[in-house]
Design a binder for this molecule. Structure first.
Ligand code: HEC
Length: 132
């Protein structure tokens, strides 16, 4: 294989991996948000964002608790919400589309806008510091 066909094959392989797999790890998801933000994530900033109100009725903690290693409870429906910290719930941030969907919805509810990539990176960095 010459250099060009090798490159072509690599690009095709990467392309198919990209489209075929949406399953990722929380650490990979953090790396993606950090790259998108173009700055390192700060866990402390993520914790503050998560536990504070932003001019609306709820904070993230209203449903996920201030220590999302435990089960949360929906602020209006009272429905149980499984822990958000990946160390306590391996399903968290294992599906990029799902994480994006809920970030969009919940950030809108809490901040009246979508979270930036940097904010998502900060929150996820903090969630990853929560260990058993
Ligand atoms: C009104 C209640 C409520 C509030 C407030 C809320 N969430 Fe959620 N969140 C949910 C529910 C319900 C789900 C989906 C059910 C589930 O995945 O357990 C969810 C799921 C998520 C997920 C999906 C994670 C995954 O990969 O499974 C993320 C990320 C998330 N929330 C982040 C946040 C952040 C950040 C905030 C604050 C900006 C926030 N949430 C505020 C109710 C809430």
């Amino acid at each position: 294989m010459n250099r060009y066909s090798f490159l072509g094959a690599s690009v095709m392989l990467l392309g198919s991996l990209h489209s075929a797999t949406y399953a990722i790890t929380a650490t990979e998801q953090l790396a993606a948000y950090t790259a998108q933000a173009g700055a390192p994530a700060q866990a402390a900033r993520g914790q503050t964002l998560f536990t504070s109100k932003h001019g609306k009725e709820w904070s993230c903690s209203s449903c996920h608790t201030a220590t999302p290693t435990v089960e949360g409870k929906h602020a209006t429906t009272g429905k149980a919400i499984a822990p958000l910290a990946p160390a306590f719930n391996p399903d968290r941030f294992a599906d990029a589309a799902k994480a994006e969907k809920w970030f969009r919805r919940n950030c809108n509810d809490v901040m009246g806008r979508e979270c930036t990539a940097g904010e998502k990176a900060d929150i996820l960095a903090w969630l990853l510091t929560l260990k058993r």
